[in-house]
Design a protein around this ligand. Structure first.
Ligand SMILES: [Zn+2]
Length: 72
């Protein structure tokens, strides 16, 4: 069970569904979702980003933007 994360809602551009920030010092993730999008969109994004964390993708590629480009 993943416990070292927090969810934050921000007003992001519509084309950005969300992203993750990782604090390597504290081993802590901030999953940023888009307040402008629907609950269901954010739920989907959340599950997608959790998948990255559980896959250990952040230990393969450090840059989140690069990670997202590599995965999609
Ligand atoms: Zn992704």
């Amino acid at each position: 069970m993943l416990e070292n994360y927090i969810i934050a809602y921000e007003n992001l551009p519509f084309k950005v569904s969300g992203f993750i920030m990782y604090d390597a010092v504290d081993d802590y993730y901030t999953i940023v979702l888009n307040r402008r999008l629907s609950f269901w969109s954010n739920k989907k994004t959340f599950e997608h980003e959790i998948g990255h964390i559980l896959n250990g993708d952040f230990f393969k590629i450090k840059n989140v933007e690069m990670l997202e480009m590599a995965m999609h």
